[in-house]
Each structure stands twice: as C-alpha cells, then as structure tokens.
Write a protein that binds this ligand. Structure first.
Ligand code: AQP
Length: 338
C-alpha cells in the first residue's frame, strides 16, 4: 500500500484469497486473480494465501509447504505489486482464527447446512467430513470482516459464502454495536464461473479428479493444447453462445476473456470452420497469454529470500489492521483487556 493510500482513511478496502492447494487454475485466474491487479490503485487491498482453509483437506506437510511458497510466487507472477497490495499467509495473522471462533458463536447451524460447497466437498471427501469443512465459511467471513472490507473480488462460486459473511456482519453489528463493514461482492461480468473442459456443467476446479478438465497455469504448453483438443463439445459443429451448447459456451467465454472479442465477433470468426480450429486457437491463446506468468513465476521460485521478505512484510501490515479491529471486537464482547 502506498503512503498516500494509508493516509487516506476514506480508501475502500478489498480482501480476497486463494487456497494453496495444487496450483492456480485458469478459472481462478479469469474469475478472480486477473481482476485483482486492476484494483490496486483505487483500493486498499489485502490478498491472502488462505493456508488454514487448506487444512480442511488431508495433505502432505512437506508438499504443502512447497505449495504455499509456490502460491506466493504465483500471486506475484500474476502481476500483483507487493508495495501496493498487502500479500500474506492467513496463518501468519492469528487474529483470523480468533475472529473465526467468535463468529462461529454468531453463526447458525441452519445457515451452514445450506452451503452448497460443503455438500459438494462432503461428497468428494467422504472419508474426512471434518468440522473445519463445515465451519469453513465462518472462517472465510472472519478473513473478510477483519479488514473492514467493503468489496470482495471473487468468482461466482463464492456468492453464497459472501452472503453468509454479510449476514454475520449485520447480526454482529446489531447485537454488539457497529464494528464491521457489510461487504459487497465484486464479480467479473464475463468469466465469473469457468467450467470444467470435461464436464461443462461443473466448475473448473483445482482438486478435480479428472485433470483433463482443468487448465493449470503451470501446465506445460503441450499439455494445454492437448487438454483443449480433448475438451467436450457437442455435435452441432457451430460456434454459438447458447445454453444448449455448454461446452462451446465455456470455450467462447475463455476466448472472449483472453482475446477481448465479443461473443458475436467470435461467432462470426468461426462460422463454417468447425471446432478443431476453434479449440486449437484457444489452446494457443492460453499458452501465449500465460507465458509471461510462467517466466516470472520461475524467477520468483529461485529466490526464496525475496519471497520470505514479501510474506513477512505482508503479515506485519495485515496484523496491524487486524489487531485494530480485534481490539474493538474484544471490547464490544466484554472480554477483559490484556
Ligand atoms: N471455475 C472458476 N471460475 C471462476 N472463478 C473461480 N474461482 C475458483 N474456481 C473458479 C475463484 O478463484 C478464487 C480462488 O479460489 P479458491 O482457491 O479459494 O478455491 P475454490 O473456490 O474452492 O477453487 P477451486 O479451484 O475449486 O479449488 P478447490 O478445488 O481446492 O476447491 C475464488 O475467488 C473463486 O471464486
């Protein structure tokens, strides 16, 4: 954050995060991270690698540590400027867990039971339906509310969780007096939900068992082209943006986000050309688009000292703001000051 931004206390606050599981997908990038960069000059921005959320899934600690640092490098490679944005690991700011507990005491079982992501994840991780998976959206509310966040740039899948954060903020403010801002969702008009290349009724996801459905930003170029070639389409053989052709609709969305072309322009461009050329062009477009990302990522990954300096500085800045909020929260709740 620049000094100007810190001095201007009217500056609106942005918070968003990503879980350091595996590596970023094209869905994460188009739906959320690509938009973050555009906000850094107008807002006070907090971007977190939400490592505590990843603990809801079983993991290998050694691989997890590597994945955490890799995510930091991926955030930076996406172009986020660490001077203008506060970039940090969630676990380095203990106030997240503290507020998470407090908000758990202000969230209802009934509302958590309605969360569709919990239902989906319980299906995928039948052997480990832990309490953390269930209360995950409350920790997410804490992540957001801790910074008195006004806007949360996320993909469409997070809409329901954000509604819950708003409800919890309103409930807390009404019960104990105003502390939190009630956050608004900030979503891209096109590309808020990029779908799996193998099942266009399902969102593209890091943890999809079928890796062919997901483009990872760190995939090899050849793998990307191959995944595009295998993408599920239909037998219409017409590039049209319509609900009856969900596979093509998804590919057109990706095309439009990367080329800047409208759906109509894309339809005209591929009229009479069939799907082969269309898929191949998108594959090449993705490869070209993420080339600079990959180069920067490789540079950052060779410099662990630099990564450490960034996350330490980010944690300090985040803690300062988080602690200021927690002081008020503790007082409102009647907890004795230490
Ligand atoms: N398919 C998607 N299309 C658009 N936006 C998406 N996001 C995720 N998938 C898509 C947005 O990316 C941001 C970071 O997501 P996350 O790391 O918190 O995890 P997630 O939403 O649970 O995404 P994944 O990829 O599906 O992860 P796993 O498989 O680990 O659960 C969020 O803003 C999200 O909306």
């Amino acid at each position: 954050m620049t000094t100007d931004k810190r001095e201007n206390n009217k500056q609106k606050v942005i918070f968003s995060g990503a879980q350091p599981t595996g590596s970023l997908t094209l869905g994460n990038y188009i739906g959320a991270i690509q938009n973050w960069k555009a906000l850094e000059d107008q807002y006070e921005c907090y971007y977190s690698i939400v490592d505590l959320h990843s603990l809801t899934i079983r993991h290998d600690p050694k691989a997890f540590r590597k994945s955490n640092l890799s995510f930091l490098a991926q955030f930076l490679a996406s172009g986020l400027n660490p001077k203008k944005n506060v970039i940090f690991f969630q676990s380095h700011v203990p106030q997240h867990a503290e507020l998470g507990w407090i908000l758990n005491c202000n969230a209802y079982l009934g509302e958590l039971n309605r969360m569709t992501q919990f239902k989906e994840k319980s299906e995928t991780h039948k052997d480990n339906i832990n309490a953390g998976l269930f209360t995950y959206p409350v920790l997410q509310a804490a992540d957001i509310l801790l910074y008195k966040t006004n806007l949360v740039p996320v993909g469409e899948d997070q809409k329901q969780h954000l509604e819950l954060s708003r409800d919890i903020a309103i409930r807390f403010n009404n019960t104990y007096g105003k502390v939190f801002e009630v956050p608004e969702i900030h979503m891209t008009k096109v590309g808020g939900r990029i779908m799996s290349l193998q099942d266009p009724t399902k969102k593209m996801s890091k943890s999809d068992e079928d890796a062919n459905g997901t483009i990872f930003l760190l995939d090899d170029d050849k793998v990307i082209i191959k995944k595009l070639k295998r993408a599920v389409t239909d037998s219409e053989n017409k590039v049209n943006f319509r609900d009856e052709q969900p596979g093509i609709k998804n590919l057109m969305t990706i095309h439009s986000k990367l080329s800047g072309m409208s759906m109509e322009q894309i339809e005209n461009e591929y009229e009479g050309k069939g799907y082969g050329a269309f898929k191949n062009d998108i594959g090449e477009m993705i490869v070209e688009y993420i080339q600079p990302f990959k180069e920067k990522y490789n540079e950052y990954m060779t410099n662990e000292d630099y990564l450490e300096a960034i996350y330490k500085q980010g944690a300090e800045r985040a803690r300062e703001k988080a602690e200021a909020t927690m002081k008020v929260v503790r007082k409102k709740l009647g907890l004795v000051k230490f």
